[in-house]
Design a protein around this ligand. Structure first.
Ligand code: MZP
Length: 496
């Protein structure tokens, strides 16, 4: 006889927190959202922790290098999408790693013997006006000067003019040597009243810029997630097909952590991929696996060597897996069940394996519920797709600004490796995700700040000042259908 679960499969909207005691000193600004992302042995510290419990989904329409930089600046982490060539994914990872907090890489470069017309074309492509003149036109070539918007007078400067005749040459610029700290660079900017300070190495090769305009943003982001060299942390998705080639390329490019991207993680393919990493790199390379929705699936991946386990099947906002295949589990039940198995595993082995709640986290309070139910961090697609920094187009549809969003199992992404069951060949036999729009919401910084303000406020109401105590002490209740109605504005006439 088939196995039947006693509990119905429940989702976050069916639960509410019941407040706990909060003392006068418990205020939202004092809440710590720091959280582990890699497994660790009892009484030791995880090798990697996040400063906020948010990661962005391994999706074409979400996790590009630009979003990764914006999210790391807030203290979270992106997993660059895997459904692209190994070369382009590794290039995206390298681009994030080239970005030292406060130091901007150069993506608009030109040779001195090129023309103003070529410069105009280049600027249209990159959207940046500060152009670096290097001997060979490469990003880290010998630095010869800068062309800024002030050097070219529109309608007056002939398009045929050579760059060498309009640029501010190297000997007229204030530059600093590589190795300078951000503080020292900012001091020079203020003392010399500069807008930008170029950094060069000993051979005069270009390294990076420090911009005056970034000074405040850096000060506003004390939670920035960086490595020991002040470079932003970045993750990358991998699949269970080309991992032998893809993983070394991503590691070489500087990825700090990997995650197997699959709609269903309780499989021999995941075990083989994890074993490949352990054999080749030991514990040096960190890799998460998933997705699973019950204790059995969790234990399989834990024993196979996963650094974290991702939870959730069929709950994603654009996902139609449950409709297509009848497979999945309500997110709340899934995370509760897996967290129970994780805690048992910890008691048995002394290894704590962080859990990631992935997909279907819709309202901000769902984040808090997921954390309280045992998730250590959350992965979001729809949420991040709405922001300026996501890689998709912003469009005006029926009078409202939207951004494009599509599932990895949609015909548009054609990420068959995520859904395939192995064997020879590989194709997307039927769709498991849709191509859609999400309402445009503005900047990642503003939205993440607002969401986390709500998370911290709820935690304070629960008497929890960090995620571990929320998991231990939260009081959570199921709600009836009628009380869900009571939870919104009701029996009043809202003004339009
Ligand atoms: P959401 O945050 O938009 O609700 O869900 C994002 C998650 O949905 C991803 O992290 C991934 O696990 C899952 N996903 C991505 N593509 C599909 C699909 O095409 C999907 N069905 O379910």
């Amino acid at each position: 006889m088939a196995h039947y679960f006693d509990e119905p499969s429940r989702t976050f909207s069916e639960y509410l927190f019941v407040p706990g005691y909060s003392s006068a000193s418990m205020t939202p600004d004092k809440v710590s959202l720091q959280t582990p992302i890699t497994k660790f042995k009892k009484s030791t510290q995880p090798v990697i922790s996040l400063n906020i419990p948010l990661t962005s989904a391994i999706m074409q329409s979400v996790s590009s290098d630009e979003l990764a930089i914006a999210l790391a600046r807030e203290g979270g982490l992106s997993f660059i999408y895997v459904s692209q060539s190994i070369e382009s994914q590794a290039a995206m990872v390298a681009k994030v790693k080239a970005y030292r907090a406060g130091f901007s890489p150069n993506d608009t470069n030109i040779r001195p013997n090129q023309t103003v017309a070529e410069l105009t074309e280049l600027r249209k492509k990159t959207g940046h006006s500060t152009t670096t003149v290097t001997e060979d036109g490469s990003a880290h070539g010998k630095f010869l000067g800068i062309v800024s918007s002030r050097d070219i007078r529109p309608d007056y400067t002939s398009p045929e003019t050579l760059i060498r005749d309009v640029m501010t040459p190297f000997d007229k610029l204030v530059v600093a040597q590589d190795g300078i700290t951000l503080n020292e660079a900012n001091n020079i900017i203020w003392e010399k009243k500069l807008n930008v300070l170029p950094i060069v190495d000993k051979k005069q090769n270009f390294v990076a810029y420090v911009f005056r305009k970034d000074y405040n943003s850096h000060r506003e982001n004390p939670l920035e997630l960086t490595d020991d060299n002040k470079r932003y942390l970045v993750g990358a998705g991998v699949n269970t097909r080309d991992y032998e080639e893809r993983i070394p390329a991503l590691v070489e490019a500087g990825a700090d952590i990997l995650c197997i991207d699959s709609s269903e993680g309780f499989s021999e393919w995941q075990k083989q991929t994890l074993q490949f990493v352990r054999k080749k790199y030991g514990d040096k390379v960190k890799i998460g696996a998933g997705n699973v929705v019950d204790g059995e699936g969790f234990r399989f991946l834990a024993e196979a060597g996963a650094d974290f386990v991702k939870v959730g099947i069929g709950g994603g906002s654009m996902c139609i897996t449950r409709e297509q295949k009848g497979i999945g589990r309500g997110n709340a039940t899934a995370i509760q069940d897996v967290a129970k198995a994780r805690d048992e595993y910890f008691r048995e082995t002394g290894w704590y394996i962080p859990l990631c709640m992935d997909g279907g986290v819709t309202f901000d309070y769902h984040m808090t519920l997921a954390l309280a139910m045992g998730a250590d961090f959350i992965m979001l697609g729809r949420y991040f797709a709405r922001f300026d920094e996501s890689p998709t187009q912003k469009l005006l549809v029926e009078g409202k600004y939207v951004k494009e969003y599509w599932g990895e199992g949609s015909a548009r992404a054609r990420n068959w490796q995520r859904y395939d069951h192995g064997g020879a060949g590989g194709k997307l036999a039927f769709e498991e995700g849709i191509d859609c729009y999400v309402p445009y919401a503005g900047s990642l910084h503003d939205n993440v700040a607002l969401s986390l303000a709500k998370v911290c406020a709820t935690m304070t109401n629960c008497g929890a000042m960090d995620i571990a105590s929320l998991q231990k002490n939260a009081k959570i209740t199921l709600v009836s259908a009628i009380s869900i109605r009571e939870g919104g504005a009701h029996d009043v006439m809202p003004k339009a």
